[in-house]
Design a protein around this ligand. Structure first.
Ligand code: HEM
Length: 378
């Protein structure tokens, strides 16, 4: 042990001495060839943080940091390119923060807003609405149908009103199904049909979505104008809202042609519908005079998806009450006619106006369909 310590004590000064002599030899002028720079060599200046990639190639060959820094900043200061078109000089968009995202490059922020906010919260909302409908159906449905039909028919919707409604409804269902598959389909379909088939399925549905969107836009505008007059707020609507319309048991609160619940749904779905349509037409790139930059498309997508999901939630309620939730409602929209008893149960003030001659019981030249067998009201 002692001899080992002695060897170390002697070895360390010798090693230091050797190192010192080596470094003196390297830096000495006129040192032997093979060490240090060649004679006459002038060292390039130290790399500077703000130099261009061309200069950096000389100060530090192989280091392309200025190039990649410029790529990263190309959202604020566009790069130079010979390609025509808008935004060609931007490889990576500027830093932003969208709802639900971090402060990061816009493309990534958009991805995060979609995956962390729209998909989980939008999906949960739709599941909650479906659950609420299931609970209502179990407890209260179908509403109405307590009294026998009289056989006296009233025209509730003219053929034009029905065509407008069903064109819009069919377009909506195509958009809703294709939109839901695009947003949530990969969670359900990929494990079952695989990626390739799901790729084709979503491609077909996306194409259908793009073409049906403008049809929905036109038909929604027609529905808006057609139904507007009877969807305006009236005296008695607040009373209907205060008493929950009687939708949760008891007698339904008397209303005019459309009740306050239908009116709220009408206005909310029109506002959301037109927002979704405006943003959808941007995504379809059919509005003239726009540049359709990436940020425009990202914002349009988020607005479109949020409005469409909220609208779907509302229309699920509408479709439920228009089919299995209320007896006789669907028949009214399919044939155009309802029985006097139905009108009395759901829209008594409207029936009173018809009986008083203020509203004609028959507004179009169409003839009423045969009276359905007793109890066949659906
Ligand atoms: C499969 C889808 C749909 C079904 C089954 C359906 C069913 C019905 C039914 C049965 C009625 C008559 C209600 C009554 O007599 O008071 C009705 C009315 C109406 N529907 Fe739809 N509908 C659907 C989609 C849509 C869509 C997408 C819209 C557009 C936003 C819409 C807008 C309307 C409007 C404005 C009325 C007039 C009364 C009200 O405001 O509720 N419907 N629907």
């Amino acid at each position: 042990m002692r001899s080992l310590l002695r060897q170390i004590a002697i070895g360390i000064p010798i090693a230091i001495g050797l190192l010192q002599s080596a470094s003196t030899q390297q830096t000495a002028p006129g040192a032997s060839p093979g060490y240090g720079p060649p004679p006459g060599f002038v060292a390039p200046p130290e790399p500077k943080p703000d130099e261009s990639n061309g200069v950096r190639a000389m100060t530090q060959p192989g280091n392309n940091a200025p190039f990649w820094r410029a790529v990263r900043r190309s959202g604020e200061i566009q790069g130079v390119t010979s390609l025509p078109g808008a935004e060609q000089g931007t490889l990576i968009q500027r830093f932003v923060q969208y709802p639900g995202s971090r402060f990061t490059t816009a493309g990534e922020a958009w991805r995060e807003a979609r995956n962390r906010l729209l998909i989980p919260y939008g999906g949960s909302l739709l599941v909650i609405v479906a659950g609420a409908i299931a609970l209502h159906y179990r407890r209260y449905a179908p509403l109405g149908g307590k009294y026998p039909d009289t056989g006296r028919q009233i025209e509730r919707f003219t053929p034009f009103e029905r065509s407008a409604h069903w064109t819009n409804a069919i377009a909506f269902v195509i958009l809703a199904v294709s939109g839901l598959v695009m947003a949530f389909g990969k969670f359900f379909f990929v494990p079952v049909v695989g990626r390739t088939l799901f790729g084709w399925l979503s491609y077909v549905l996306k194409t259908a979505h793009n073409f049906v969107g403008p049809l929905f836009a036109v038909s929604l505008a027609v529905v808006f104008v057609t139904y507007l007059r009877d969807e305006m707020p009236r005296m008695g609507d607040l009373e209907w809202i205060r008493r929950g319309g009687g939708l949760f048991g008891g007698e339904e609160v008397a209303s005019h042609r459309f009740n306050a619940g239908e009116k709220l749904l009408f206005w909310a779905s029109m506002v959301l519908g037109f927002i979704a349509i405006g943003a959808g037409l941007v995504l379809d790139k059919v509005l003239p005079g726009l540049d359709y930059l990436r940020a425009d498309m990202q914002v349009a997508h988020m607005v479109h998806a949020a409005a469409a999901i909220l609208m779907m939630g509302l229309l699920f309620l509408h479709i439920y009450l228009g089919t299995i939730g209320m007896k006789g409602a669907y028949r009214g929209m399919r044939t155009g006619y309802v029985d006097e008893t139905w009108a009395h149960e759901h829209h008594d003030l409207w029936l009173q106006d018809i009986k008083a001659g203020k509203i004609p019981a028959q507004r179009s030249s169409a003839t009423a369909p045969a009276v359905p067998a007793a109890g066949a009201r659906t």
